[in-house]
Design a protein around this ligand. Structure first.
Ligand SMILES: C[S@@+](CC[C@H](N)C(=O)[O-])C[C@H]1O[C@@H](n2cnc3c(N)ncnc32)[C@H](O)[C@@H]1O
Length: 210
């Protein structure tokens, strides 16, 4: 799979990060692990998970899910493949760029789901991924995205600013992506609900394909 030009850098970053991703992410994963069952537990039908990473969500999908997981980095994907055996549902994982989705047919998914993918995507290509979400979702299909954003609380923000260079260097992630704004401007995706899972930093964006 040849990614979008802007994603070549991110792809090579994650091909390296993959080797120590789970270890580095461990302190955060201890928190995320409590959220993941609820985040995917009510999804049913055909689900597209974008940016599956090392496959941390796989074990929590309901058995009635038919899951297609896409991932930019082959090395991350191979870590995720090892977690397929933990899944209760049908899983297919492919190396695919969420901003292109060349191998994926339109109007077929009941859900598009993603955790911490848009916050690693440069702002200038986020619309490409959102257009693809709208294309592959059925009309009336739903999306749920968990992203990390800057807090309005000075103390928390200061801590985030301290971590920001590390987070960007290792994960390509930034706290100042404008994903919510882009979805609000999307012609095909309608935001129905936003909420925070912790403080005002872990932003859950949910909505429907109109
Ligand atoms: C911060 S990690 C999160 C991984 C996983 N979703 C989780 O919750 O642990 C972001 C993942 O998104 C993937 N990714 C970034 N841009 C992508 C794109 N355009 N298409 C597919 N995957 C992408 C990265 O390779 C990486 O594995």
């Amino acid at each position: 799979m040849k990614p979008h030009g802007n994603n070549l850098f991110l792809q090579s970053k994650y091909n390296v990060t993959a080797f120590f991703y789970d270890i580095l992410d461990y302190p955060w994963e201890r928190v995320y692990r409590k959220w993941r069952p609820t985040l995917v537990g009510d999804l049913r039908g055909k689900v597209l998970e974008a940016g599956v990473g090392t496959g941390r969500n796989l074990e929590f999908y309901h058995e009635d899910v038919d899951l297609l997981g896409i991932e930019l980095s082959k090395q991350m994907l191979s870590k995720a493949e090892k977690r397929i055996k933990k899944a209760k549902c049908k899983v297919r994982l492919i190396n695919e760029d969420a901003t292109l989705m060349k191998s994926i047919d339109s109007n077929q998914f009941d859900w598009v789901f993603s955790t911490f993918m848009c916050c690693v995507m440069p702002d200038e290509i986020q619309n490409l991924a959102l257009d693809q979400f709208g294309r592959v979702l059925k009309e009336g299909g739903r999306f749920r995205l968990l992203e990390i954003v800057y807090s309005k609380n000075k103390k928390i923000r200061k801590r985030q600013e301290l971590f920001a260079p590390f987070v960007e260097k290792v994960y390509g992630a930034r706290f100042d992506r404008n994903t919510l704004r882009y979805i609000e401007q999307s012609p095909t995706l309608k935001v129905e609900k936003t909420s925070f899972l912790k403080d005002d930093t872990y932003l859950l964006i949910e909505g429907i394909r109109v």
